[in-house]
Every structure is written in C-alpha cells, then in structure tokens.
Design a protein around this ligand. Structure first.
Ligand SMILES: C[S@@+](CC[C@H](N)C(=O)[O-])C[C@H]1O[C@@H](n2cnc3c(N)ncnc32)[C@H](O)[C@@H]1O
Length: 449
C-alpha cells in the first residue's frame, strides 16, 4: 500500500456516472446490479432467435445450456451482445465502472503498481476483455495520463477483446473520440484500430489469441460471467447434463430436460470428489484462464478477474436480466442478458501451479485496500456542487456496501511466480537476498493460496 499512496493522484470528479442517471433506489437481485428504473421501448419482442433455436433443436435434438448461451449471447447475427447496448438506465443492468469513476481510477493505480512491481518493463500492454461501453478503460487511461512521470519511457498500448461490433463502436467513440478505423480486410485479426484521446495506440480483436505477445496487464470485468456454462445434475444413475429442449405442448416455448445418459461433458468436466448435486462448469472460462496463465509465464504480467462469483460452493446461479429485472432464462431468448456466477475454485484449478492465484476477495475489501475512502475524500474536497457530492457518495455506497455490490462481487488475480519471490543479488558466497517484493495491491496477504 505504501507504493500505492506514493502514486496517488489528486483531482476533480471527471464524470457524472449512472448513480445519478437513476433517480430511484437501488437493489440487487442475484448476480447483476439493477436500478428500479423501467426503461421505455423494452416491450418489443424479437422471435428470430427463438425460431432459430427451435428449428435447430427439432433437427438435431436438445442442446446443452452452453450452446444455448453461446447462440443467445454471441451469435454473430442475432446475439444479444451483438445487437444491444445493455448497460445503463435504458439497458438491462449496471456495472461498477458505470456507477463511479473511482472504480476505474483505483484499477488504473493497480495496473501501474503491478507494472512497477514487475521492474517497469519497457513494453506495457493493457488488455481488457469485454469492455462494454469503454468506461473502465477511459478512467484507467485518465489515471495513466496523470501518472506520466512514473510511467515515462514505457511503450504503452491498449488492446480490447470484444465480440460485438456495435459495442466496439461505442468503445471507440468513448476512447478515441471517433479517431478509429474499421479494417476492410475480414482476415485482419485487428478489426478496428485508432489512437486514444490520451495519445496511445488502441486495437480491437475478437479473441485473445489475436492479441500480440508481450508484457501485459489483463483485465476482465463482468466478462467471465457471460461465458457459456454447462449444467449438471447428480442422479441415482450418476451425473447427467441439463439440456434445452422445445416444449412438447407449446412449440414456441423452451424447457430444461435431463439427458438419460452421460454426455462427453458430464464425463469429463466434473471433479470425481464433487460434493454438490447441481453444478455449473464454464469450460470456455477454463480455456481462457489457461491462455492467460501461459502468457503470464512467458511474457510476465498479471490478470485481474472481477465478477460475481463464489469459491466452488454455489449450485444454481444461471439467471436472465432484462430492463433491470430478473428474466426467465428461456423466455424470449436474445432479448435479455444471461449470466452465471464465476466459480473461482474452478479457475484456480485450471490455472494450475504455473502461476500464483490470489483471491477471490470481496470488492469491498479490494477497494478499501486500494484506498477508496481516501480517494472519495479527495474528490469530495474538489467538488463544490452538492448534487455531485451526493452522487459520489451514492456510488461509493453501491460499490462497497455489503448489502449492495460490496460482498458478492469478487476479485481474483493471476500473477507470474517471480512477482512474489525475493530476488537474489551477487554471486557465490556474496549472494544476498534482494529487497522483498512489493505487496500485491488490493489483496491482503491472508488471501494468498
Ligand atoms: C456483461 S458485459 C460487461 C461490460 C463491461 N466489462 C462492464 O463491466 O461494464 C460483457 C462484455 O463482454 C463482451 N463479450 C461477451 N462475450 C464475449 C466473448 N465471447 N468474446 C468477447 N467479448 C465478449 C460483451 O460484448 C460485453 O462488452
């Protein structure tokens, strides 16, 4: 924390965030944070996704929940993420970066702190998965430009992994002020590129394998919970997979069914000593973690995963959200967000011992360790307008209150092992222990596994 305080930026509130946009009280339903605002124009129903799914199921049989989620969320033509701007008062839910600028600012400091702890490598790639509207990256870049002295000399660049062309356009507007170009070559792994308003090169990709190798800090905020899950149920005959089928009596309705025999997924994705009787597994999240672990081992860097989640104890967390309300996951597919809490114990297991995993710890603990109270006081001192002050306080409360996002939202990090070892200096008998590594900002030592 000492290093952090030294980096601390002073400054004024930059933007009025969603805490202000919603006039009503806030509430939390399962995962996802919602307001009581009821957006207009949300009653239009689009049946094309349902038609596509029912004809697919009728021709090839029930599909896994993972396939259902993938089709509903990221189908290149009709996917929910491809066609919606789902964040904010007119969307379906709200996320921390949209609630308060302080969130992104503290993450900016976390990134700089990890870059410094890695020995200030010349190359510094900031990679974000699923950047939504670009608010988190925008707040981080503002911090970077205010910390130009400690960052001086680093060759910095921004890399966004985003499946939605529509959201990538919003992100480009937010981050480059329209100074971005879309690639005309379909085979180009960079489908959009530009320069941020703070002067950094910025690139958009569809998948992590397209992001160049090199020292990187990876950020994933409410990204893993959008990745497809398989669902399994323990029966007297063993584990069986929950599938999505067409309702036998109502053709335009879907229902869950249990397959009578084991699937490849049910025989390969579960732990032999699993104690729960209902389990959700996200293999795409596992593959991504393995890719991140490989990169962190080879190139250095760190990954910070921030999501609603648990440490291998929860069972039934698959939910739909539409217009800030819980929505039946099988109703009107493609018009609502689908999400499942992240199982951090699974991510830790697939990361293996190649990297150090710390967490999960609660958002409240992480932000408090990062100095959110001090940052709030600095912003309040620089802010004369009582309504802006009230918004800052309201945003702080939503982020940290255990009854709101404070406890259920979790932080988890992957680090290169070198990050936490004390280097030796000198040779032979002259060998001496170097200075102890800097503590990992935001995480208490008690959470180290
Ligand atoms: C729940 S939103 C979170 C947005 C933002 N991170 C925030 O917290 O405000 C999920 C984001 O991930 C993107 N996304 C979802 N699935 C993806 C995938 N398979 N590959 C790349 N991006 C994806 C969505 O388009 C969206 O930008």
């Amino acid at each position: 924390m000492r290093a952090l305080r030294a980096l601390y930026i002073s400054g004024e509130p930059a933007v009025c965030r969603a805490a202000a946009a919603f006039s009503g009280p806030w509430f939390q339903k399962s995962s996802r944070y919602c307001s009581r605002a009821t957006p207009e124009n949300r009653n239009k129903t689009d049946h094309s996704v349902l038609r596509h799914l029912t004809s697919k199921i009728k021709s090839t049989g029930p599909i896994s929940v993972a396939e259902y989620m993938r089709e509903v969320l990221t189908n290149p033509v009709s996917g929910y993420y491809v066609n919606h701007d789902m964040l904010g008062p007119d969307g379906d839910f709200i996320t921390s970066p949209e609630i308060s600028q302080i969130f992104g600012e503290l993450l900016g400091i976390w990134c700089v702190s990890e870059w410094m702890a890695a020995g200030r490598p010349k190359q510094f790639q900031l990679v974000e998965f699923g950047p939504g509207r670009g608010s988190l990256m925008s707040d981080i870049l503002r911090v970077f430009s205010q910390l130009s002295a400690p960052l001086g000399g680093a060759e910095m660049s921004c890399h966004l992994v985003e499946v939605s062309p529509r959201l990538s356009k919003l992100q480009a507007q937010c981050l480059t002020g329209d100074q971005s170009q879309v690639s005309t070559n379909e085979d180009d792994p960079v489908y959009r590129r530009g320069t941020t308003t703070t002067g950094l090169p910025i690139y958009w990709y569809r998948r992590i394998s397209d992001v160049p190798q090199g020292f990187s800090i990876f950020l994933a905020h409410e990204f893993f919970d959008a990745l497809p899950i398989h669902i399994f149920q323990k029966t007297e005959k063993g584990w069986r997979e929950v599938m999505v089928d067409v309702h036998p009596e109502t053709e335009d309705k879907l229902r869950f069914v249990l397959l009578p025999s084991a699937t490849l997924a049910s025989s390969t994705l579960l732990q032999t000593d699993e104690k729960r009787r209902h389990v959700e597994v996200c293999p795409e999240g596992g593959v991504l973690i393995q890719q991140l672990a490989c990169r962190i081992v080879e190139d250095g860097g760190a990954a910070l995963i921030m999501d609603y989640g648990h440490d291998g104890v929860k069972t039934d967390t698959f939910r739909g959200f539409k217009a800030h309300k819980i929505h039946d996951v099988l109703a009107e597919p493609g018009t609502a967000d689908l999400t499942a809490d992240v199982d951090f114990s699974y991510l830790r297991r697939v990361a293996g011992d190649r990297v150090t995993c710390i967490g999960p710890i609660s958002q409240r603990a992480f932000l408090k360790n990062m100095g959110i109270d001090t940052r709030l006081q600095v912003l309040l001192r620089h802010c004369q307008d009582p309504s802006n002050q009230a918004q800052l306080i309201q945003g702080y409360d939503i982020l940290t209150n255990p009854e709101k996002m404070g406890e259920r939202f979790q932080f988890f990090t992957l680090l290169n092992h070198r990050r936490l070892t004390t280097p030796e200096t000198g040779e032979g008998l002259q060998k001496r222990k170097g200075p102890a590594p800097l503590p990992v900002a935001g995480f208490s030592e008690l959470c180290l596994r």
